[in-house]
Design a protein around this ligand. Structure first.
Ligand code: COA
Length: 355
C-alpha cells in the first residue's frame, strides 16, 4: 500500500474585517471581554449575495490545485466539511464541483457533518481512499459562512463573538515515499453531549429531543397533524434559530480531549512529541490552545494560532492555519506536523503527518 500525502494547500478569507468594537455596536459585549476569554481580536465575514461557504471553498480549492500543480480535471474525488452549508440539501460537495466548473468528469462528492473536527475526519477519509488506490487526487475542503446564522443580539453574544468565515483546502495524493505523508489518523465521538454545542432548529427533529435539553424546550411543533413543518413560528418569535453552546462545559471537555487525541497519534506512530515541528490545533479559543500547549510542554514556535485574526472558523480553521504556516515557510519537507480538533458532537480527532 502507498502512503498518502498532502501536495497542495490553499485558503481564502473574505475581505470584510469585523473588529470586536464593531460587535460592541450591536450587542452588549466588550473588546476586553472577548480578548480575555477567547483571544479573538477580529474575524472576517463573507458578503451576502456574493459569498457562501461553497464559493469561499472554491477559492481555497483553486489555490490548493495550483499549489499541487494539477488541473481541476485531475481531481477524482471531492470531500467538503462544513456546518454552514448553502442548502440543507444538496450538500456543498456538489455545489463546489459546479462552482469549480468540473461537472464534466462526474466524480463523486461527499459532505462531512463533523463540525470543528470535520477537516480531520475528511483527511482520514481521503487518506483511506488514496492508500487503497481508489483515488489519486482528492480535493478536501473545509469552509464556513457562520455570519449568516448567528444571533447578533445580546442573547447570542456568548456564541456570536467567537465565530468567523473562511475556507481552506488541500489536495491528497499517493506517494511511493514510505517515510513521508499521513502517518496516522484518529477519530472519536461521544453523542451524549450532542445538545451542549448544537444548531438544533430548524431541523426534522419534531420535538423528539426535548428530553435532552436542560429546560425541556418546546419548539412549537403542532401535534397529531398529517405532515409536519420544519420551522415553527415559535422558533422565529423566540430566537430558537441559532446555535446554542454551553461554553464552560465545552471548554472543560476540549482541554481533556485535545491532549488525549494528540498523544494517541504519537503513541500509535511511534514518533516522539519532542520531534514535533508544528501543532495546528483547531482554532476554538486561544485559551484552549494555550492550555493544550502547556499540558504538552510545547514551545511557542511549536504551535500555530491565528484565531486572533479570524475567530473560530470551525471546519476551515485547520486548513487555513496549515496554508498560512506553509506560506510563512514554517513547515518544510520532512517536518512532523500534528493536526487536532475538538467540537460539537462531541467529536474529536487527530492526524500526524511527515511533511
Ligand atoms: N460579552 C460579554 N459578556 C459575555 C459574553 C460576551 N460576548 N458572553 C457571555 N458573557 C457573560 C455571560 O453572560 C456571563 O455573565 P454573568 O456572569 O453575568 O451570567 C459571563 O460572561 C460569564 O459567562 P460564561 O459563559 O461562564 O463565560 P466563560 O468564561 O465560560 O467564557 C466562552 C465563555 C464561550 C468564551 C468559553 O466558555 C469558551 O471559550 N468555551 C469553549 C467554546 C468553544 O471553544 N467553542 C467552540 C468549540 S470547538
Amino acid at each position: 500500500m502507498k502512503n498518502s500525502i498532502i501536495v497542495g494547500v490553499g485558503h481564502y478569507v473574505p475581505e470584510t474585517v469585523v473588529k470586536n468594537s464593531d460587535l460592541e455596536d450591536v450587542m452588549d459585549t466588550s473588546n476586553e471581554w472577548i480578548i480575555e476569554r477567547t483571544g479573538i481580536e477580529e474575524r472576517r465575514y463573507g458578503k451576502k449575495h456574493v459569498e457562501t461557504s461553497t464559493t469561499m471553498g472554491a477559492k481555497a480549492a483553486e489555490m490548493a490545485i495550483h499549489d499541487a500543480g494539477i488541473s481541476k480535471e485531475d481531481i477524482d474525488f471531492i470531500i467538503f466539511a462544513t456546518l454552514s452549508p448553502d442548502y440543507y440539501f444538496p450538500g456543498n460537495g456538489v455545489l463546489l464541483q459546479r462552482e469549480l466548473g468540473i461537472t464534466n468528469t462526474e466524480i463523486g462528492a461527499l459532505d462531512i457533518r463533523n463540525q470543528c473536527s470535520g477537516f480531520v475526519y475528511g483527511l482520514s477519509i481521503a487518506d483511506q481512499f488514496v492508500k487503497t488506490g481508489m483515488y489519486k487526487n482528492v480535493l478536501l475542503v473545509g469552509g464556513e459562512m457562520h455570519s449568516m446564522g448567528l444571533d447578533f443580539s445580546t442573547r447570542g453574544r456568548n456564541v456570536t463573538v467567537i465565530f468567523g468565515d473562511g475556507a481552506g483546502a488541500v489536495i491528497v495524493q499517493p506517494t511511493d515515499d514510505k517515510n513521508r505523508g499521513i502517518l496516522t489518523t484518529h477519530l472519536h465521538s461521544n453523542g451524549t453531549y450532542a445538545e451542549k454545542l448544537a444548531f438544533i432548529s430548524p431541523g426534522a427533529h419534531g420535538g423528539y429531543y426535548q428530553k435532552y435539553t436542560d429546560e425541556e424546550l418546546d419548539y412549537g411543533f403542532p401535534k397529531d397533524v398529517l405532515g409536519e413543518v420544519f420551522v415553527t413560528q415559535k422558533m422565529v418569535d423566540e430566537g430558537m434559530l441559532y446555535p446554542h453552546m454551553e461554553g464552560q462545559f465545552v471548554f472543560k471537555n476540549a482541554v481533556v480531549k485535545f491532549p488525549e487525541v494528540i498523544m494517541e497519534a504519537f503513541k500509535k506512530s511511534g514518533e516522539s512529541i519532542e520531534n514535533l515541528k508544528l501543532l495546528i490545533p483547531h482554532q476554538a479559543n486561544l485559551r484552549i490552545s494555550q492550555f493544550v500547549q502547556k499540558r504538552l510542554g510545547l514551545k511557542d514556535e511549536q504551535i500555530w494560532n491565528n484565531i486572533q485574526k479570524y475567530g473560530n472558523t470551525t471546519a476551515a480553521s485547520i486548513p487555513i492555519a496549515l496554508s498560512e504556516a506553509i506560506q510563512a515557510g514554517v513547515v518544510k519537507k520532512g517536518d512532523l506536523v500534528c493536526l487536532a480538533a475538538f467540537g460539537s458532537g462531541f467529536t474529536w480527532a487527530s492526524a500526524l503527518i511527515r511533511w
